[in-house]
Ligand binder design. Sequence first.
Ligand SMILES: [Zn+2]
Length: 313
Amino acid sequence: LNAISIDIGGSHAVCAVVDDRRILASEALPVGDARTFATLLPGLAAAAGRALHAAGIAAPDCAGVAVSFPGIVDPFSGRIFSTPKGKYDDSHTVDLPGWARAAFGLTLRIENDARMALLGECYCGAAQGCEDAVMLTLGTGVGGAVLAGGRLLRGKHLQAGLGGHVPVLFDGRACICGSRGCVEAEASTWALPEICRAWPGFEKSALANEPVLDFAALFRASAANDAVAVAVRDRCLTVWASGAVGLIHSFDPEVFLLGGAVMKSADQILPFVEHYIHTHAWTPWGKVRILPAALGSDAGLLGAIPLLTETRP
Ligand SMILES: [Zn+2]
């Protein structure tokens, strides 16, 4: 099966044409200044058209258009309930299925980016063939997704399994979701600068000289044994691992996947998280397999076929 697969990210969107488990062609375009869908959609249509041409596929030969989006969305109606801060102000009025029909003559389904990544990883990545998997994506925010019995778990209001907003500290930092001490508020790229600057001794840490306080900088400094960096790193690792234990207790998966851009430092993350989970998760049946995502930024694009072929509940 072929499909048009569009991954809308924070800084750019990727328009691709996929053939089952392969990406045949893709094109990235910046979305940094697109504050509305109205300004973004013509560019997406043109880029997808060029990807179709490059792949030698005609639109009518596609099963549909799949969109990965960083927010809460209804896959079947195409409605969008939450967007990244300051972006896509017209999300309440945009008719994405109508756009796909007009541009390509195809049906459209949209899904949350973490769920798309999990679909991709279970279809052709680290958890291929797995039917019960939980994923955390570590990045600007922390995404979460659950596959249960081979189906995405969405919940009554499409918010099930949003693992980044599971609280790990009841008196922790304020989160963008309104809660406190969420995994995302305690250990994500947006939260990290504030966490570092508030740490005792920060001024004398190598981190104080970093122009950008992201996880790459944190892992660099902690690898060089900077005391503050090591302490902040270990705290973030514990936050992720503790959240993971909560998700494992909630959803009983056989595989737990860690993905997202922060996993470029997987060698500093995986052993800790795996050891913590295997020490603290209550799994008398055995051990949850803890795996790094395998598809990188392609995972969401490769979730297209499973999303488009999913039978409506
Ligand atoms: Zn939250």
